[in-house]
Design a protein around this ligand. Sequence first.
Ligand code: SF4
Length: 378
Amino acid sequence: MKEYLDLTKPVSLYIHVPFCTTKCGYCAFYSLPEAKCGKNDISSYMSVLTCQLEALTDELDFPFHTVYIGGGNPGLLGAENLSVILNLACRRGKSREVSMEINPETLDESFSLLLDRLTRISIGIQSFDPDCLKILGRNATVSQCERALRLLQDFRLGSGLVFNADLMMNIPGQTRSSLFSGIERLASYTPEHISLYSLTFEEGTQLVKTQCPLGEDEEADNLLRAWEKLESLGYEQYEVSAFARDGHYCMHNLVYWNLGQYIGLGPSAESSTGWTSVISSRENEELESYLRNPSFNSTRLSLDETIEEYLMTRLRTKWGIDKAEFSSRFARDFDQLFSSSVRRLDESWCRNSAERFVLTREGVLVLNKVLLTLFMSL
Ligand code: SF4
């Protein structure tokens, strides 16, 4: 792995846990509902993953910048297995952030065992409206969601843990007042971070068979109102879907949005290594092939492709493109490269100063249009 990394830059670790209790109706990620799991799937997964982690941490003699265990629902591995993973992931020293995702129905007191390692837990609440939870095909009930949030508040006491909760909006049938009361209800648990996603209708999911998306204008208007609502409750929007209180940004996600280096382990994990032209790798998509042969399929991106990736991720954030950083990373001048494209953009979509190119909220709503215009300059 070392030969693919720029060892002068930080390296993060992502671990993909593919197991879920049931399959949510909107989910297009690779995941394996419990009913489809074989008896030994979790123990086989654990032995392959821990071998990979041991080999990786033998080779890399420095701590990961951040560690993130995502899924799926990592909680289904149980606190003891997760403790083994965390101990291996952190064996070279302390990371700036160690996060784990978990679903509300799975979180219980046993996970307090992990609080000496974990610095952040992310929980998928999605909605406090039972009808919305049903449309989404979520497994947890409203009372399980509330119990889990109370437990996270308890975990937080004295441990320094921070927590994120995911909410979903633009759900068919969801009124604006139901959305706003959901945001307020979640904020009353004072999570340090809230991720607010607009429901997407992905090919092949159960959702597209039974529901229709809202119109584009209605979705965009709802988003603007919801962003304002979160801001009024003290949450700063620092990325399209990410809101933090008191600067509690998600360090691991910042690595993605800065196109930093991360190594992904697990069936459908992705990695990105290198700096000026990155190598993008993906492990095997399915558990079975991962267990047979955990290996990466890698593609080296050209400089222009790397710049495209960088624009796609950076322009999602409130920091946008720092022009000095762009030229030191890619040895290209942002203004020379993109000025003709920037002139074609609507003025209300961006702020373009000598130092930075940043999208406004209106610009973020038409991010794909902005990107396609910028890509024409490459
Ligand atoms: S818990 Fe997450 S990964 Fe699992 S099915 Fe639901 S949305 Fe997909």
